[in-house]
Design a protein around this ligand. Structure first.
Ligand code: SRM
Ligand code: SF4
Length: 510
């Protein structure tokens, strides 16, 4: 049963709008939209369907759209980065780029009249933003140091690319997967440290050997939502790399055809797995696949603590280093993008990598060029050795641009960390994640300390506040943290965080 077979009367608002017109149909209307302008556009096309092209209407800044790209495995060339900088440059102080928690980039300030030219530019440099929003598969994450580190088990780059090409029809848009019941996240782990947060994806592939043959154990159903958060569970299936695409396709088809569509709060994959039972879900995947899947390998290969990749590291290629730069809360200006592109070209292999911690890696820097690279002015802004709290801070978009936000996040996160670092000595980094609302884009549940935006009453007034999460762990023992304290006004957060850092993480007053 597909959604189009469901009687329209029983459909929710989003299913109705998809049944009326496929989101990808707006691709043919871009010239028209550019001509008539955002105010004259059909409201549903403007506020919803454009997201199928990765273009997001922002109620907070009407007329200035956000564009979400797709960067499989978080890899972008210097040419592509420069093209993004050129797009942003024309928007002056409205033009921001943000590295996202899915190893991806979003652009801000975009005008509808520029879209045809922007898409033309994207095509020229091999970029796509298609199907990056609404009921589609999000950016496919992979190991940020794939192909670079000696200890890796599998180079995830090609699989991430192939999977994206399959799902998006080589970036042109693919109606076979443009009407899922809800969003869908996929990650492929190739290293021992689970650098992709596999457990919070709807579908993730985890390295595991069977009889000395390399393959992946599959986990499914991980997700965060305002209503419910769950780590992924084992599908009890093991696949060789050559089968990853077919199995992903089969899982997506089962979800597309049988996923729950009546209530959007209960439409993510885990709800379907709950309803079917994991064994029946597995059997259904095999039916779509047309062959049985091998049971999971008894043990997987994730046995390292998670790394953040900031700093200077030897590659498996002799004489080459990769250098991880800290980008505060992932925010890039057009000038930063030009600088990163230049550094990657002058010192590296014209390639830039992104991490789910919203930072960048420049690979392939010859040892002989390292000293000169480290003296570049950009490294004063994007450090290779930031302070321990600065180093690990992650933040979602928040109230500056997101209409779901209950609080300002990115600017507040940086300001508060600076204040804490001025008063505390930290023996080691503590991962603090900010998220502006319960949608959890900033993943507070994976953090040492997670801060989730909320509204709080203080002295008879409603003020911005945060619920505090703790206990999130990543890497080999990944598991989700829980809410430990509710409704702390943001203006009172500093002493509360100081106490938590002193009592739980060995911080000392200076
Ligand atoms: Fe998210 C919706 C930003 C990662 C869970 N997310 C949104 C929207 C599109 C809401 C909106 O229209 O304003 C946000 C856009 C704000 C803006 O202007 O930037 C938004 N999400 C983000 C980003 C940019 C946060 C960041 O600063 O890094 C991340 C973009 C990733 C990407 O490149 O595609 C982002 N969002 C996530 C993650 C983290 C992850 O994938 O690891 C989650 C939790 C994991 C998950 O999805 O299971 C996440 N976003 C949500 C949800 C809750 C989903 C649900 O099932 O209820 C929403 C709301 C929705 O979809 O209805 C949402
Ligand atoms: Fe917006 Fe909430 Fe996601 Fe932050 S967590 S980007 S505030 S939807």
């Amino acid at each position: 049963m597909t959604s189009t077979a469901t009687p329209t009367a029983s459909l929710n608002k989003f299913e109705k709008l998809k049944a009326e017109k496929d989101g990808l149909a707006v691709k043919a209307q871009l010239e028209e939209f550019a001509r008539i302008g955002w105010e004259a556009m059909d409201e549903t096309d403007r506020e919803h369907r454009l997201k199928w092209l990765g273009v997001f209407f922002r109620p907070v800044t009407p007329g200035k759209f956000m564009m979400r790209l797709r960067l499989p495995n978080g890899i972008i060339t210097s040419n592509q980065m420069r093209a993004l900088g050129e797009v942003l440059q024309r928007y002056g102080s409205d033009g921001y780029g943000d590295i996202t928690t899915r190893q991806n980039i979003q652009l801000r300030g975009i005008r509808i009249e520029d879209l045809p030219e922007i898409f033309q530019k994207f095509r020229q440099v091999g970029l796509t933003s298609v199907q990056s929003g609404m009921d589609n598969v999000r950016n496919i994450t992979g190991s940020p140091v794939a192909g670079l580190e000696a200890g890796e088990l599998f180079d995830t780059r090609e699989l991430c690319n192939q999977l994206q090409d399959t799902i998006t029809n080589n970036g042109e848009g693919n109606k076979a997967f443009s009407n899922l019941p809800r969003k869908f996240n996929i990650a492929i782990a190739g290293c021992r440290d689970n650098s992709v947060h596999a457990e919070i994806n709807d579908l993730a592939f985890i390295p595991a050997y069977k009889n000395d043959q390399f393959g992946f154990n599959i986990i499914v159903g991980g997700f965060f939502s305002a209503k419910r958060c769950d780590a992924a569970i084992p599908l009890d299936a093991w696949v060789v790399p050559e089968d990853v695409i077919d199995v992903s396709r089969a899982i997506l088809e089962v979800y597309r055809d049988q996923g729950l569509r009546a209530n959007r709060q209960k439409a993510r994959l885990m709800w379907l797995i709950d309803e079917m039972g994991i064994e029946n879900f597995r059997a259904e995947v095999e039916k779509y696949l047309g062959r049985p899947m091998s049971p999971a390998a008894p043990k997987d290969e994730i046995d390292w603590d998670k790394r953040d990749h900031i700093g200077i590291y030897q590659q498996k290629q002799p004489g080459l280093k990769y250098v991880g730069l800290h980008v505060p809360v992932g925010r890039l200006l057009a000038g930063d993008m030009f600088d990163l592109a230049r550094l990657a070209e002058v010192y590296g292999g014209s390639e830039i990598r992104l991490t789910v911690e919203q930072n960048v890696i420049i690979p392939n820097i010859p040892d002989s060029r390292l000293t000169q690279f480290l003296a570049e002015p950009l490294l004063e802004k994007f450090s290779t050795n930031p302070e321990p709290l600065t180093r690990t801070v992650v933040s979602c978009t928040g109230a500056q641009f997101c209409n779901f936000a209950l609080i300002e996040t990115k600017n507040r996160a940086i300001a508060l960390i600076k204040e804490l670092e001025a008063e505390l000595t930290m023996p080691k980094p503590v991962r603090i994640h900010w998220t502006g609302c319960p949608n959890s884009c900033g993943q507070p549940q994976v953090a040492d300390i997670g801060l989730m935006g909320t509204k709080v009453r203080k002295n008879g007034k409603t003020v911005e506040g945060a619920d505090i999460y703790m206990g999130g762990t990543v890497g080999k023992e990944a598991h989700l943290g829980n809410c430990v304290q509710k409704s702390v006004p943001c203006e009172d957060l500093k002493p509360v965080l100081m106490n938590l850092l002193i009592e739980n993480f060995g911080a000392e007053k200076k």
